[in-house]
Design a binder for this molecule. Structure first.
Ligand SMILES: [Zn+2]
Length: 133
């Protein structure tokens, strides 16, 4: 099973999956940006008509922080997706970076930008878990 390359049909399939996810991620970030500017406008206008609630203030901040976190995650995903596209063009897509074996297609179907096969991912997580102890 080692070194068996994905067929051009499969590569095309993953390319379009990755492209679609890229588009989604970009749209997602644009939406958060829009939400944030609308939210800022609304709260600046109506402040005087509301009693000042510490709790509300707190949840607003949390929401913002959450948005920032989500955006970071989404940006990271975009980076990974772009990388995966490059790997398709370089002809190394679907090959585990650690052991050189093929990444299971069931894995690629879930995470099209995966860099490692199941086994290596598990080994890495295992290592991380041990390091934490
Ligand atoms: Zn591997």
């Amino acid at each position: 099973m080692a070194g068996k390359k994905l067929t051009p049909e499969r590569l095309k399939h993953y390319e379009s999956v990755i492209m679609a996810e890229l588009k989604e991620s970009v749209a997602y970030i644009e939406n958060i940006n829009k939400d944030q500017s609308i939210g800022a406008r609304e709260s600046s206008g109506d402040l005087s008509s509301y009693a000042f609630h510490q709790a509300d203030q707190g949840s607003d901040t949390n929401l913002m922080e959450q948005n920032v976190m989500l955006m970071e995650q989404e940006r990271e995903k975009i980076r990974q997706l772009n990388d995966a596209l490059h790997r398709i063009y370089d002809g190394v897509f679907g090959i585990c970076e650690m052991c050189g074996e093929n990444i299971q297609e069931t894995r690629l179907d879930v995470i099209p930008y995966a860099r490692n096969c199941f086994d290596c991912t598990e080994k890495m997580e295992d290592k991380k878990r041990k390091q934490r102890r």
